[in-house]
Design a protein around this ligand. Sequence first.
Ligand SMILES: [Zn+2]
Ligand SMILES: [Zn+2]
Length: 178
Amino acid sequence: MLKPTRSHDTHPHPPKHTGETCCAGHAVPVNAVLDAAEIHCHQRGLRLTPQRRAVLDALAKARGPLGAYDLIEALRSDGARGPAPIAIYRALDFLKENGFIHRLESLNAFIACPHHHTHGEKVVFLICESCRHVEEATGKPLDEALAKLAHAHGFTPARQVVELAGTCRHCHPSAAKA
Ligand SMILES: [Zn+2]
Ligand SMILES: [Zn+2]
């Protein structure tokens, strides 16, 4: 069972060689995520309040999914208490409803989404159990296959979350040899 850790001290991908940037392709482009959220909110007359922005910023900077209590820790300034859980949950709801973040059901944790999913696009989350990186994958064949499967069972899906837990390409033993 994959458990979100509370620690942000250990780095999942220490650079193998000096000069090599770690987590190539791993990090979410923080500014792009925040800018996109600002624009989206502006266009729709929504407010990206400092709290909402701070939560999104923390998720975009995180190396892996964060739960609500990880976020309280992350947003706590020295010596001060973190924001109240209810405030975090409200911010998460807002960010999720507007497509800026995803909730990972199996981890009860959240990730920032750097994509602008078209309406109804299905996402598969590939969750690495070694480094906790989460990659998003989309694909029409999968959408069709799932729609067909549901239809065959006379089932009307309201919500779909597909999560695969395993080993990412960076953590796979074959990656170390290369
Ligand atoms: Zn996404
Ligand atoms: Zn990994």
